[in-house]
Design a binder for this molecule. Structure first.
Ligand SMILES: [Zn+2]
Ligand SMILES: [Zn+2]
Length: 123
């Protein structure tokens, strides 16, 4: 394979951006890849950066973990809220501690559910 611009010069690689064969004298080594011009180097770097960013987002974005947290808070609120209502009916007086604790858990559950939904949309 010969260089795209220098006939006779053996190509050492292929431009990451446009796919042209490049020789030692016109190749631009950007570290991870080779490009043929400044323009291509910038484009390839942008693509490379975007890929890296994409990998990061997929690494952090673990909606399964978030969902289990939401389920946990919903269970807490059902447990304490339900017990609070049960106590209120049984004693005839509202058990504020259990009712408020159940309400707080429900609030946290809704908040984390909304947050997990938002982070899911960003992907
Ligand atoms: Zn190129
Ligand atoms: Zn060349």
């Amino acid at each position: 394979m010969e260089c795209f611009t220098h006939t006779g010069s053996p190509a050492i690689g292929i431009c990451k951006s446009c796919g042209k064969a490049v020789c030692r004298s016109c190749a631009k080594d950007a570290g991870v890849f080779i490009t043929c011009s400044d323009k291509c180097e910038k484009e390839a770097a942008d693509v490379h950066e975007m890929n890296q960013r994409g990998k990061k987002i997929y690494g952090i974005g673990t909606p399964k973990k978030m969902a289990s947290g939401v389920i946990m808070w919903f269970l807490f609120s059902a447990l304490f809220g339900g017990f609070g209502i049960f106590q209120t009916i049984k004693t005839g007086q509202p058990d504020w501690f259990l009712l408020l604790f159940g309400a707080a858990c429900l609030f946290i559950a809704i908040l984390s559910y909304r947050r997990s939904k938002e982070s899911g949309l960003q992907c």
